[in-house]
Design a protein around this ligand. Sequence first.
Ligand SMILES: [Zn+2]
Length: 230
Amino acid sequence: MKTLPKIRYKKAVTFSYDDGIEQDRILVDIFNKYGMKGTFNLNTGIQTSDDRFLVEGIEISRMDKENLGELYKGHEIAVHGLTHSHLDGLSGKELEQEFLTDAKNIEQLYGNYPLGMAYAYGEHPEEAVKYLESIGIKYGRTVESTHSFELPENPILLKPTCHHDDEKLFALAEEFLNLETTEDDPKLFYIWGHSYEFTVHNNWQRIEKLCKMLSGKSDIFYGTNAECIL
Ligand SMILES: [Zn+2]
């Protein structure tokens, strides 16, 4: 299994986006334009353009899994569950199917065994957490905002700073930019969401504004989740 060299930084920014949907193409373009790095959490069992769902009346489509390695080049691909299943009460066999199969598919399709995951629906029952650790998954993202920049104490149940639609997003960005710290006390700004939300809420300018604000700072490290956390 792959391990990363420990990266030292004073401040880091990272992003986490779920479900491998069509709008990720726009988001990746924005990230690449501003030098941001993100982690994209895929469901390889349903990762096809035939898989569509409605959000607030707008049809959302996943992408075909075959060519995503190219799209997400320079970013990180992580586990989100083979079929985006609810996790409560799953048997060992079902956990293996949902997580190990997804992880192995990712390794086979994109070349690296994944280091992390995001919990579908934010659900993280204890058996699932234990199972993920047993198959070498080093971190798991929940959906509970901290509004803080502390590094996660327990990466397998890591809490993001905030969702991109959080009303405090830009205030937090200002606070982070003005933060004075050292490599002995590193700080992390961790933003998550679904890229279709920018289409549904008609607010793509929000992520563009955030990336622009945070970009090009010599005291900030721009990394994937794994690079920033592990
Ligand atoms: Zn999801």
